[in-house]
Design a protein around this ligand. Structure first.
Ligand SMILES: C[S@@+](CC[C@H](N)C(=O)[O-])C[C@H]1O[C@@H](n2cnc3c(N)ncnc32)[C@H](O)[C@@H]1O
Length: 334
């Protein structure tokens, strides 16, 4: 890592800023050292800051790490077959996914679960000297491959070992986030998406995708053939795990229609609407008064009387009740 990256990193435990007190090269490179935030320490090993909570990993995540560390040497030899199976050109597909990030040369981009850097290389090619690319993965074997692939790249690239569910980046620190092919292996997709939203600036794009055959194809021989070798194709579409900040959400299926792709823009909190315009008609009121203004049920006889009275006065039920309740309350509260 390099000293320029330090302000972007935080402790993934509590988002505290990190300190580094060790040595670095004249150009700011740190090969070995320790970053700390209070009592928490994170080693830098062979240039990679390591935020993976190794003592705390589930058995499933340990086996994911072991699988990718072991497979990192051969991963690139066979990956094109995924695209070949469906007659797709990998480079064209990946470029199309990256188009959705709406990059400009100065963008600061985070790629989560970057793997061997097949997309990272394309993203880097679209950035200029003022752009920044942050690459994150949980497997040092895979991240090493990404670093080898991007050697000689002239834009600033940062690498970090971390769990996608606890990202080591500061709030609102990047312009957009990209993650393809790793979500199904994350321990908790909801936390990972929430983390992507936390680190992305409001208005930025998030683009994520992974295996998931659409439900209407699940009983076809096509689906059964694919999922026999890779059960991940039967993973559910993670719509329930989507963050409330997601706006302009677009879901589509790509690469033979067996990978989902979700892209959205980051909003502030849950959406808001105009709930206060008067609704015409005998019921009246507003969307907000109908939801927040309910009091209690009355007898059917009292309800019928209220309807007759409001009809006689040509008022909506909302306006009649509002007046009646305020008048009764004012008398009782005198
Ligand atoms: C199938 S590869 C995809 C790599 C790359 N994005 C691509 O399209 O070729 C999945 C990647 O997810 C990473 N991964 C799995 N679980 C992870 C986690 N919890 N946090 C971060 N990365 C993870 C793996 O190490 C691996 O590099």
């Amino acid at each position: 890592m390099n000293l320029w990256e330090l302000p972007f990193f935080v402790s993934p435990l509590d988002q505290q800023a990190l300190q580094y007190k060790g040595s670095s090269s004249a150009s700011g490179d740190i090969q070995q050292g320790v970053l700390n935030a209070g009592q928490a320490e994170f080693p830098v090993i062979d240039g990679f800051p390591n935020f993976v909570p190794t003592h705390n990993l589930s058995d499933k995540t340990k086996s994911v790490v072991a699988f990718y560390d072991d497979r990192s040497e051969t991963y690139d030899q066979y990956l094109h077959l995924t695209f070949h199976t469906h007659g797709e050109d990998e480079n064209k597909v990946r470029n199309g996914l990256i188009d959705l990030l709406e990059l400009n040369p100065d963008s600061t981009v985070l790629e989560v679960a970057a793997g061997s850097g097949r997309d990272s290389e394309i993203i880097a090619g679209r950035l200029g000297a003022k752009g920044k690319l942050f690459l994150q993965d949980i497997s040092s074997g895979m991240l090493n491959k990404a670093r080898e692939r991007l050697q000689g790249c002239t834009i600033p690239v940062s690498y970090a070992l971390a769990d996608a569910c606890a990202l080591p980046y500061a709030d609102n620190s990047v312009d957009c986030v990209y993650s393809f092919g790793g979500l199904g292996e994350f321990p908790d997709i909801r936390s990972a998406l929430a983390e992507m939203v936390r680190v992305c600036k409001p208005g930025g794009k998030i683009v994520v995708g992974d295996e998931s055959i659409p439900v209407w194809l699940r009983n076809t021989e096509f689906a059964k053939i694919l999922s026999t070798t890779n059960p991940q194709f039967m993973a559910p579409l993670p719509l329930e795990q989507m963050p409330v900040e997601a706006r302009q959400v677009c879901v589509r299926w790509i690469i033979g229609g067996v990978f989902y792709l979700i892209d959205f823009r980051v909003g502030n909190g849950a959406p808001e609407g105009n709930f206060d315009y008067p609704i015409p008609g005998p019921r009246g009121g507003t969307l907000r008064s109908r939801y927040l203004g309910q009091l209690e049920g009355v007898t059917p006889e009292a309800k019928e009387l209220a309807h007759k009275a409001r009809g006689k006065r040509g008022m909506s039920m909302h306006a009649w009740l509002e007046e009646a309740v305020r008048k009764a309350a004012a008398d009782d509260l005198k």
